[in-house]
Every structure is written in C-alpha cells, then in structure tokens.
Design a protein around this ligand. Sequence first.
Ligand SMILES: Cc1ncc(COP(=O)(O)O)c(C=O)c1O
Length: 479
Amino acid sequence: MAESWVNLAERIGSDLHLELPGTGGRRAALIRALRDAVRGGRLAPGTLLPPYRSLAADLGVARNTVADAYAELVAEGWLTARQGSGTRVATGLRTEGAGTEAGRAAPAATPGAAARPVHDLRQGQPDAASFPRTAWLASARRAVNAAPHDAFGPGDPRGRPELRRALAAYLARVRGVRTDPDRVVVCSGFAHALRLLFGGGVLGGPLAVESYGLPFHRSLLAAASVRTVPLALDDDGARVEELAAHDAVRAVLLTPAHQFPTGGPLRPERRAAVVEWARERGALVLEDDYDGEFRYDRRPVGAVQGLDPEHVLYLGSVSKSLSPAVRLGWMVLPERLVDAVLAAKGDREAWTGVTDQLTLADLIESGAYDRHVRRMRQRYRRRRDALVTALAERAPHIRPTGVAAGLHAVLRLPPGTERSVVRAAARRGLAVEALADYRHPGAAMPPRDGLVVGYATPPEHAYAAALRALCEVLPPASL
Ligand SMILES: Cc1ncc(COP(=O)(O)O)c(C=O)c1O
C-alpha cells in the first residue's frame, strides 16, 4: 500500500496522512480516504481543504480526480463548496471523534439540515448557486442612487413605474406580450397574484384548470373557496374543448408555453380556440408563463396574451429566472380589471420592496437580466442533455417527456412503479417527486406513472452524482 503524506499545514494547521492504495481507482480511493478522515475526526468540521491543484500534486493524481472526489463528497454532504471560499468539511457532522457513531452512508447532519437529501432532483427552483449576485448588486447600487426621493415614500400600488416600463418592453420583446406599463401590476409572484385575484374578490369560481398542476396553487384556490374543474391533458396540452361542457366556468388557468408539470406546449389550434371561447363567453384565460424564457430546441412559444390582451391575463415572476426567494412577479391585466386588482391590493404596497423593484428594473434595462437568462438557458440545456444521454445509456426503456423547455422533465414509468421508485430513491438519499402528487383529485383522465425531475435544482458540481443516483433507482426494462 502506497502512502502519501500531504502537507496541509498552511490550510488546516496540521499534516494529514492520507492513504491511497497503490492500485485501483484513485478517485474512489481518495473519496474513501477523505471520508474516513472526516468521520474519524482528523478533519474537523469547517476545515478548509487544499485547492485541487495542490492536493493533486501532493498525491500524484490528476487534478480532475481531486475535483471529482470533492464534488462527490459535497453531493454526499461531507463537504461544502462555495465559490470564492473553497471546499470545507461540512459543519454539524457527527464524527467518531465527537463520540458518536457515524455510518458509511450519508452523514448525519445538524437538526436544521436533517431533512436535506444527499441528491436533490425536486423541481421548483433554479440553480440557487447561480443567482447573479454581482449583477444584482451593481443594479441595486445604480438604481438606488438614481431613484427620486419619492421612490421611498408610500408608493403606487401598481408598483414602481421604472419596473412596469421595463417589464412592458421586456415582455413585448421576449414573450410577445402586448401591453402598456399602466396595465402591468407588480406583485410578489404567481401565488400572490392568485391570492389577489381570487382571495381579493376580483374573480370567482368555478375555475377550469389543467388535470396536472401545482398542488400548492390548488390549495390557494381552495382556501379562497374557488371550485376547480379539471380539464384533461394530451400531447397537445389541455383539452380546451371540454370548456364547452361547463356553463358556469368563466375563467381557465393554463400553462400554455410548457404544461406544468407534464411538459408540452398548448397546440396553436387550441390556443386560438381557448381565446375564442373567452371572447364568446365574456370569460378570461389566465396564462401562467412560469418558465417561458427557457426553451431549448425550438423557437420560443410566444404568450397567448398577444392574441387578445383583453381576454388573457398574463402572469409571470422571477422565480425560475432568478430565484423564488426574491418574490417579484407581475400581472398584465385586461384594462377592465386594473381597478379591481388595485383595490384588492390596497393603498399601501405591502408586498414587494421598492429597492428590489428598482433593482430588477435596472437589471432588465441594463441587459444583465437577458445575459443571465441566456447563460442559464445554456446551462440548463446542457443539464437536460446530460439527463437525456444518461437515460439513453443506462435506462433506454424510460422515456423522458417535456424536455424541449423548462427546468424539469417527466420520466414516464411503467404502470404501478411510481411509488416504489420514489421510495427507492429516498433510501438512496435522492429526493425526486411522483407525478401523481401533481394530479387534480377530480381528474377524470387515466393516471400516468412518472417522475418529475428538476434538473436545475442541484448546484453544478453535484449534478452528475444526482443523475447517477437517479439511474440506479429506475425500474429495470423487464418490468
Ligand atoms: C406552475 C408554476 N407556476 C408559477 C410558479 C411561480 O410561482 P411564484 O411566482 O409564486 O414563485 C411556479 C414555481 O415557480 C410554478 O411551478
């Protein structure tokens, strides 16, 4: 057995003895050695590890071997990595040095982090590590410096004019939305918009919805006593012709660019048909454009709102493009609804801070928002491609759907396997969701078995390990 003494004196204040066997996989051996050093307490929580290059040189292994080993241990929760501050031993680990048993599997974490999976492929958030901190700070500095004094007064319930102007121009250019700034009302996101519209008495039920959708939005509507009527879905999106059978329905909520979560766009004939239905009935289409900027293979599907701004209410937010924690969104309203929405909002803008609004306006107008979205689109496309390739190589019998756009895909599973796959994933430390969890309880269409895989969620370095874990828990072809 070859031994390597690695002098980490400047980094960790002591020498570290790592034993790598003379033969066999260097990456796996290094992972084992580092894991043992952490578990045994020789590398204390919070310890800064040496850069790839110096550890690689000390051990006589390739730089990528060290990078891969660190990434794997980050994904397993033993190490943490932050851009600019290096890789450290995770804090809150129970080590043998601390007198507690620690197993070979994922480390036991601090109470706050106890529920965190080793690999996270749940949909619902963009890569949090990619938030454009520098651009955001630059915009905040510029915007706050340039803002007039009255920006820091009580404000306009529509939102800051700078942001409404920037959004009206941006949405017209990028999504084909037709509006002027006066019909844009800023809110804290799609969920807030639903609360204002239905909880604030602007609109009432029954509301037609898609048979698969976000359960959180269904509960918001239920809390506002809105009955929802599920429309069936097929490969062309929601079957909007079913609206004709529901006389009392005066509004329909759709995700036309990328059905959530099953994935396809609403086919052009159906887009036209649902607008026609709204015109004839004096009804309204609510367009949830939650990830419209992220389309990979074909030309972007423009907003339905562009077909008829008086019968389509367009809703969007920065939750997929920047972060769901920023809480900034917008409604583009038909003229006749503006006053009612403002009344529901109240005189004081209690939901979205003025500095964030000004910052987003600057981010858009300076072009930094476009640049960020373009960069993320490339990154997510690469991740989407890696998912498709991994499945083609390791589970060719599993069909990914909805991969032309967005930050998630649905993997169709053999009937009856969905729950057992999610359980097997949980045992493997992989968090991933069952398609059944998104199904409307009143849906009449046949259920589909599937996994909803959010490929934007893990940080870049942890994605490959998450994909490996996913492929390991998929059912075999014989099922
Ligand atoms: C279907 C759907 N609509 C809208 C949103 C955005 O919600 P919000 O703006 O409230 O964060 C999400 C989540 O990001 C979503 O999954």
